[in-house]
Ligand binder design. Structure first.
Ligand code: PMP
Length: 378
């Protein structure tokens, strides 16, 4: 705390991202980065952009990038909002659409699950949007009925994080429909959408044509192997996109730089390259999940580029520390209900073989297995 901070800053509870180690070489499975390099077209586009034109501000309306997204997703350019990472698009969505006390003293709270992307409550507090969480079921699934009530807006990650579980599109549509009747916004964070096997049926993007209250949010950090470039985007009705633009243009006219704009447009256009990367990651995920189950791990069925696992009888913090000791970084959330789980990003096959070896040692080591836990299945 500092006396120079105002009250708003004193009250903030900032998000803490996963560790980016600098001094030791780890097998890094902690921040859901893609283990494969970005498309060569991306590097080439960035090289071309890295010239004299850096003297000039970038295109504030990000037209080339938005055209690439529009062509790829079958939407109009005016339905696309570009962001400095999807985190920025999400932050602006909370600011633009979720009710605050200014909307009336009795404005209902925004809703999201108790276990989901831990940035959501941070954004809600930042923008002073009251929120409530709905508990996931014991198997970590989302029960849509929990959300069929008046709210200040709803946000779900699909697939959810850190569980990796996907909600069927038909279930999601019920919520979007309900929110439309209520005159409220539904945000669907599809950061991991590319990794659902047969992902075409999972994405809510096609529904944006029919639902003016639906905003889908996407990132190039995971599926396009560009976490270092900081590019994401939202797709929705023109009125929602304009709402996001109002927030951005009250904050920073140029949220994406010239290199990011060039690289991102090239990435979005290279569908074949990235479809192949996602196929590889899905295949590795399925292989690793089977092997871990064989060793006695609980593995939540994942539709993402990570798995959420626990080893009965081994506290999550201990498993995390043991893997770290062997040079493998995973993510442990020391929060209720999930403190015995680790979230493990899918690396290359070689990296995952090293991870499996370390897991075998863990599974063969000392454990205390309560009888109720050893019979739980997912
Ligand atoms: N949504 C979810 C569910 C995530 O896990 C992440 C990654 N931390 C993001 C959004 C943000 O990704 P980025 O800002 O890199 O686009």
């Amino acid at each position: 705390m500092s006396k120079y901070w105002n009250e708003r800053v004193r009250k903030l509870e900032p998000y803490v991202p996963g560790e980016q180690p600098r001094n030791r070489k780890f097998i890094k499975l902690n921040t859901n980065e893609n283990p494969y390099p970005p498309s060569p077209n991306v590097i080439e586009a960035i090289r071309r952009a890295a010239g004299d034109s850096l003297r000039l501000y970038p295109d504030p309306s990000c037209t080339e990038l938005r055209e690439a997204v529009a062509a790829r997703y079958g939407v109009t350019v005016d339905q696309v909002f570009p962001g400095n990472g999807s985190d920025e698009a999400l932050a602006f969505a909370f600011a633009a659409f979720f009710a605050t006390p200014e909307d009336g003293a009795n404005a209902p709270p925004a809703l999201f699950p108790d276990i989901t992307y831990s940035f959501y409550p941070v954004y809600a507090r930042l923008w002073n949007a009251p929120f409530e969480t709905a508990p996931l079921a014991d198997d970590f699934s989302i029960n849509v009925n929990d959300y069929l009530r008046p709210s200040g807006g709803i946000i779900l990650a699909n697939p959810n994080a850190p569980t990796g579980l996907a909600l069927p599109l038909e279930e999601l549509r019920r919520l979007i429909e309900y929110q439309k009747e209520q005159g409220k916004v539904m945000v669907v964070d599809e950061a991991y959408g590319a990794f659902a096997a047969g992902n075409k049926t999972l994405s809510a993007v096609p529904l944006t044509a029919r639902y003016p209250n639906l905003l889908t949010v996407h990132t190039l950090s995971k599926s396009a192997s560009l976490a270092g470039l900081r590019v994401g985007f939202a797709i929705g009705s023109e009125e929602l996109i304009q709402g996001l633009c109002r927030v951005r243009d009250s904050f920073n006219s140029y949220t994406l730089d010239r290199l990011a704009l060039a690289g991102a447009a090239a990435a979005i256009a290279d569908v074949n390259y990235y479809d192949e990367l996602s196929r590889r990651i899905i295949a590795t995920r399925e292989r690793v999940s089977v092997e871990l189950r064989g060793m006695g791990f609980l593995v939540i069925p994942s539709s993402a580029n990570f798995i959420f696992i626990s080893l009965p009888g081994k506290p999550g913090a201990e498993a995390f520390a043991a893997l770290r000791e062997r040079g493998i970084l995973t993510r442990h959330f020391n929060t209720p209900r999930i403190s015995d789980y680790l979230r493990v990003s899918i690396g290359t096959d070689g990296e995952m073989d090293r991870f499996l070896e370390a897991c075998r040692a863990l599974a063969e080591g000392p454990r205390v297995i309560p009888s109720s836990q050893s019979t739980r299945h997912f």
